[in-house]
Design a protein around this ligand. Structure first.
Ligand SMILES: Cc1ncc(COP(=O)(O)O)c(C=O)c1O
Length: 424
């Protein structure tokens, strides 16, 4: 760091400011977390210099003897942790992981059934502005308008009518448990592959607090930086055999691997793969299980507090690490997001089911507990944070309330410091 300070003070100072911002605010963005110092250390290494196109012991460049060992350890840890037959640690991100799976399993123009984006699906699950929606023929299932839970009757009917080659059991802002078995039954009826993108719930899954996508899914993708609390990145888990093509030239595992490389990526980020290995080891510890339990408890408490304040929580609560609230009665979600940020409370605006507003300024905000739980906040503080947020949301034009909330956030941040030994 000292070196960077001297050679590039402009970037050094901005990094320093961003670290300070992360330390001084309460991160309630459901997809963010604080990776451990061990994870960060593994990333900040000369492993970044190495070209390792290919896979362990089948590389296109020399000098990969140690890289091979690191990537093999990461693969084995991922297989063990996720109870998977096959793991690919190379996707640079969650979006890359999804792109690689689509490339491996379907052809451009083929049909994919995904979860409606306004109900909680992700951009890479068929948005018209994303490669997924541009290259593949997507149709969607959604939620029941009354319960706001996934409507399996609708999903089945959509599958029977649409006859997709691939079905996604995948969400980015859905706060309820996913029933992978039911998705499997639908996929079997139409002879489709079933993929779960568990980017958000991966930590909950490995800790045993969310049903496991295996053995029901053929392929599972995830990010490593959300509830899993690792470096920014993606990974793919799959079965070895291809259920729909058992006698084909390639196994499912081989198709996935070639979907990643040479399919959509060149050289893997081996410094990030090393950090993924570190995070996977951390996720095997009993303390990680305890952490995930608290993540869910905190989210439930926050949902309860919002409901007490008269705010509409989508589906009336949560089973996982996130919740979505409808802020449309109080103002524009962009304004509310910005005002919360000014008070040191970071959230992201989000669509709600059947949203009539535009994606840039939708009706809801999404709130997640992974990061505040890493800081050590428990039920009492989670309730307090929700109370502060609710007050601000309901009084979004009140300068007096805003003035009151900021110091309260500061007090919590001070009581629950993060990255105290981080030297910058
Ligand atoms: C369900 C889901 N899949 C994929 C992604 C994309 O991940 P990344 O931002 O790493 O590309 C996200 C990101 O939020 C996500 O929520």
């Amino acid at each position: 760091m000292k070196n960077l300070k001297k050679t590039d003070p402009e970037i050094y100072n901005l990094i320093k400011k961003e670290i300070r911002r992360q330390k001084d605010g309460l991160v309630l963005i459901a997809s963010e977390n604080y990776a451990s110092q061990a994870v960060l250390s593994a990333m900040a290494t000369p492993l970044s210099n190495k070209y390792s196109e290919g896979y362990p012991s089948k590389r296109y460049y020399s000098g990969n003897e140690f890289i091979d060992k690191i990537e093999t350890i990461a693969i084995e840890r991922a297989k063990k942790l996720f109870k998977a037959e096959h793991a690919n640690l190379q996707p640079h991100s969650g979006a890359q992981a999804n792109a690689a799976v689509y490339l491996a399993l379907v052809k451009p123009g083929d049909k994919i059934l995904g979860f409606d984006l306004s109900c909680g699906g992700h951009l890479t699950h068929g948005s018209k502005v994303n490669f997924s929606g541009k290259l593949y023929d997507f149709s969607y299932y959604g939620v029941d308008p009354k319960t706001e839970l996934i409507d399996f009757k609708e999903a089945r009917e959509a599958a029977l009518k649409f006859q997709p080659k691939l079905i996604l059991a995948s969400t980015t802002s859905y706060s309820r448990t996913l029933d992978f078995k039911k998705f499997r039954e639908i996929a079997d009826e139409v002879k489709a592959y079933l993929m779960a993108d568990i980017a958000h719930i991966a930590g909950l899954v490995v800790a045993g607090f969310h049903p496991h996508p295996f053995p029901f899914c053929d392929v599972v993708t995830t990010t490593t930086h959300k509830t899993l609390r690792g470096p920014r990145g993606g990974l793919i888990l799959s079965k070895t055999k291809d259920r729909l093509d058992p006698k084909g030239k390639f196994t499912l595992a081989q198709k996935i691997d070639s979907g990643v490389f040479p399919g959509i990526q060149g050289g893997p980020l081996e410094h990030v793969i090393a950090a993924k290995a570190v995070c996977l080891k951390e996720a095997m510890k009993p303390s990680f299980k305890k952490y995930q339990k608290q993540v869910i408890l905190n989210a439930k408490i926050m949902a309860d507090e919002f409901l007490k304040h008269g705010l509409k929580v989508i589906s009336n609560g949560t089973d996982n690490h996130l919740l979505v609230i409808d802020v449309s009665p109080f103002g524009e979600s962009k304004t509310i997001q910005d005002e919360l940020a000014m008070a040191g409370l970071y959230v992201n605006r989000n669509a709600i089911p059947f949203d009539t507003k535009q994606p840039y300024n939708p009706s809801g905000i999404r709130i997640g507990t992974p990061a505040i739980t890493t800081r050590g906040l428990k039920e009492k503080e989670a309730r307090q944070v929700a109370c502060l947020m609710a007050e601000l949301i309901k009084n979004i034009s009140s300068r007096r309330i805003k003035k009151q909330i900021k110091p309260e956030v500061k007090k919590i941040v001070k009581r629950f410091p993060i990255y105290e030994d981080f030297q910058w």
